[in-house]
Design a protein around this ligand. Structure first.
Ligand code: DAT
Length: 176
């Protein structure tokens, strides 16, 4: 941790687009006072998106620029980071990692409602089927800090928020 202990923990919330990361992070941020960092939005705001990738129908991310911009925020602690990927971040940034999961048929409807079609829709559904986000998180962080959470219903979201809130409360007791 750079030799410096954080006053508050950093949490990573990852998973395929549409699984409910931002929905859950918004509520966790409200209840804990942690600052929600939506990395996709941060990349736009910090002008980290470059030329357009025709195959994937999305802009190319300047990772170094993004990470440089995030470093000072993350070293202060107290962030809940929301991103579909997890292998680009330094391992030392996070105290715990949650991977949200959604049943394929439910995710299909959510992404369709969001306007996803064709290859983009298919690729994202395949990522969920092959649990790409979970595997990536397990390869990038210690397995014991990586936790899978179901996110099919609003009751699931509430349960997940409760669980994170409990973990946060315990972290503060253990680290005071
Ligand atoms: P993400 O940030 O992972 O892309 P989101 O939070 O924008 O996902 O959610 C996508 C849509 O699904 C949005 O319309 C809210 C809805 N949603 C999110 N989590 C849900 C849940 N656990 N149960 C039902 N709907 C959910």
């Amino acid at each position: 941790m750079n030799g410096m202990k954080r006053m508050l923990p950093n949490i990573l919330v990852t998973g395929t687009p549409g699984v409910g990361k931002s929905t859950m992070c918004r509520i966790v941020a409200e209840r804990t006072g942690l600052t929600w960092l939506d990395v996709s939005k941060l990349a736009i705001d910090n002008k980290c998106l470059e030329e357009f990738d025709e195959e994937y129908q999305c802009p190319v991310l300047d990772e170094d620029k993004l990470l440089d911009g995030m470093e000072s925020l993350m070293s202060k602690g107290g962030k809940i980071v929301d991103y579909y990927g997890s292998d680009l971040f330094p391992e030392r940034w996070f105290d715990i990692v949650f991977v949200l999961r959604t049943d394929n048929t439910i995710l299909y409807d959510r992404l369709t409602a969001r306007g996803y079609t064709g290859k983009k829709l298919e690729d994202n559904i395949n990522c969920e089927i092959f649990q790409t986000a979970l595997e990536e998180a397990k390869e990038s962080y210690k397995e014991e800090i990586v936790h899978e959470l179901q996110s099919n219903t609003s009751a699931d979201t509430e349960e997940n928020v409760q669980r994170i809130f409990q973990w946060f409360a315990q972290w503060k007791i253990d680290n005071r």
